[in-house]
Structures are given as C-alpha cells and as structure tokens.
Design a protein around this ligand. Structure first.
Ligand code: KG4
Ligand code: ZN
Length: 339
C-alpha cells in the first residue's frame, strides 16, 4: 500500500494506492485556485503557505476515504521536482517525517514522470507510444518505451501550452485558469478560426508559445481593443471579440499539436499509440481532434480522466508502484534540488 503526496505547485494532493491490485483507493485534491484567481496566476509564497495549511487534513482525508490507517502503508511516495521549491518542500518534509516515524521506505517521484504515466492508471497503453505532456508549467513530447523509460524528443523553448491559455485569458480580462474559459468561449462560436494566429516552428519538435501570446496582443492593439501604453483592455473589446480570440487561439493550438504529432510519427514510425496528459488534456476539443488524427493513422489514443489530468497524487503513487518493483527507492537525503 503506497501513500503518495503531491505539492509541486498550487494543488495539495494525497493518494492511497494498492500496488498489488493496481487500484487507486483514494486521490484527494485540494486546489488553491480561489486563492490565486485574484492575481491572475500562482503566487509562490501564498502557494507554499497554503500547502502547509492543508497537507495534514488532505492526508487524513486520503487515508479515511481509502479506509486505511498509517499502519497499512508500506511505502511513502512524494513529488520532489520540478515545481515551486517552497511548495515542494512542504510535501517532501511531510513525506520524510511520515516515512521516518513509520520506519517505511520513501520514493521520490519526478512530477513530469507522474504526468506521463497518468494515462496508464486507467488504460493499458501499448509501448512505444508518443506522450504529449501539456500543463501550466510544461509542454513536452516523449517517446515512452516502458514504465520509467521515456525519451524526451521535444519541449517548449519558452511558455507552456497551459500558460499560453492563461496569459491570453488574462490579456482579454478572463479569469484564471484560462484554459477552461477559453474552451467555453470557443465552443460558443463553434471553434471557428477568425484571426489565423501564427503556427510557429512547424519543422521542429520543439514548441514556442510566447510568440503566439505576443501575436494575440499585437492583433488586439492593431484593432484598437487594447492600449499598450496603459496595458489595459479597452471597452471596444466586446464579449464577441473575446469569443473570437478564444476560438482562434484554441484552433491554433490544435493545429500546432497536430503538426508536432505528424512530425513525431515521421521521425518515430514505430509508435503504437498517442497519449495526451496534463491540465490541458482536460480540453475536450483538443482531445477529440487528436483522437481523430490518431485513428486516421491507425494509432490508438489515450487521455486520463480529468481528475488525473491536473496535478494529483494518484499519478505519483502509480509511478512509485513500478519504481518499487524496480527497487528504485530514495532515502532521507531526498531534496527538492539536485545535488
Ligand atoms: O497540470 P496542471 O493542473 O498544472 C501544472 O502542472 O501546470 O495544469 C493546469 C493548466 C492551466 O494552465 C490551465 O489553464 C490548463 O491546465 N487547463 C486547460 C483546461 N483545463 C485546464 N487548458 C485548456 N483547456 C482546458 N479545458
Ligand atoms: Zn503538473
């Protein structure tokens, strides 16, 4: 029985996972969205403080939902990187204390490995497969050869995909996080491409999203919807315009993802499937289009259910499950920085 902790950013999450039966018995997630919404993004100092405030009650809830006690736990798993150092420290210190008090082994898990294998909790995905990790902090392409064996073939050179949704949403006065709202507005205008934003770096497996945000900004300025001098949205930017920006952005994102997948398939023709994971994988429009593309190329498509897409300890527990079998344990020197 594995007890897992995830506190890398603005979610406090604990999970209990039965590695023998491959069953996630609980996966409790406390999101700090309400705390950061006012600022339009995550404030690290507030995030770590809220982690400390919540960690004990979330841990207790995870145990009681799983109908287990600390005495049933044989291993403690925790996200140790990458993330906000202050937030990570809360989880790592809590995990080390728990493992020490219970005299149990500890396994440090890389947050990105957690996201990559989040799709394997509910699905048997044939190896090798292409995994697209798209969240607020990361956007990467991996060829996954086996559990714990992944090859990075492309990544963003600046902003992450979720960050692009969040930044454009902020630009046009929408709430944080931007992704779900952008999708809602885009749906209202049937996912039309009004503004044809640039699909950058079509011949590379790397992504660049900061140029896309700038392209949206300059288009808004050009049309007199945004004042660059005061950095303020003008009243002329109506709800209809916001819908059109949202829709054009989402269609552009979809095209960028499909471009990268096409290129990845060309470079790695042996892949058996495609998986989309991370917070952005909550997007139904993206999932539908990527699934259609995969099926048209005789590949299966997988994506985790929404609770496993955003940050959660369930995915950390799953990775710890195979690391345990591989004998890959950490110890009390586990730290949030590589040494
Ligand atoms: O994985 P996650 O919870 O946190 C990170 O590790 O970053 O992802 C959060 C990101 C946010 O940027 C949010 O805007 C995006 O996922 N997101 C979405 C949707 N739901 C969440 N992006 C696009 N469409 C959505 N429906
Ligand atoms: Zn994440």
């Amino acid at each position: 029985m594995i007890f897992a902790i995830e506190t890398s950013c603005d979610e406090t999450s604990c999970a209990v996972y039965d590695e023998q039966r491959h069953q996630l018995l609980s996966n409790i997630i406390f999101s700090q969205i309400d705390l950061h919404q006012y600022y339009g993004g995550v404030i690290p100092e507030l995030a770590s403080h809220a982690q400390l405030e919540k960690i004990t009650s979330v841990a207790q809830e995870a145990l009681s939902k799983a109908k287990k006690t600390l005495f049933d736990i044989n291993t403690v798993a925790v996200t140790y990187k990458p993330g906000l150092p202050g937030s990570l420290l809360v989880g790592v210190a809590f995990a080390k204390a728990l493992a020490w008090a219970q005299q149990k082994p500890i396994i440090g898990v890389n947050h990105l490995e957690g996201h990559v294998f989040s799709a394997s909790i509910e699905h048997d995905i044939p190896f090798p497969y292409l995994c697209i990790t798209a969240s607020g902090g990361h956007t990467s392409l991996y060829i996954v050869h086996n559990f714990g064996d992944m090859q990075l073939i492309g990544q963003t050179i600046d902003d992450a995909a979720g960050e692009a949704f969040d930044k454009v949403a902020k630009l046009i006065g929408l709430a944080y996080p931007g992704g779900p709202i952008i999708e809602k507005l885009a749906r209202e205008v049937h996912f039309q491409d009004f503004f044809h934003y640039p699909r950058s770096m079509p011949h590379s497996l790397d992504f660049s999203f900061s140029g896309l945000k700038t392209a949206v900004l300059y288009h808004l300025v050009e049309k007199n919807y945004y004042d660059l001098a005061t950095k303020k949205l003008l009243p002329s930017c109506s709800y209809e315009i916001k819908q059109q920006v949202a829709s054009s952005l989402l269609v552009c994102m979809k095209d960028i993802f499909i471009q990268k997948i096409a290129l990845a398939i060309k470079h790695h023709p042996n892949i058996q499937a495609i998986a989309l994971v991370g917070g952005v994988a909550c997007n139904k429009y993206l999932k539908e289009h990527l699934a259609n593309y995969a099926h048209a190329h005789q590949l299966s498509f997988f994506s985790p259910s929404p609770l496993l897409c955003t940050d959660n300890a369930g995915m950390i527990a799953f990775v710890a499950g195979y690391k345990m079998k591989q004998g890959k344990f950490s110890d009390q020197t586990l730290d949030v920085f590589d040494r």
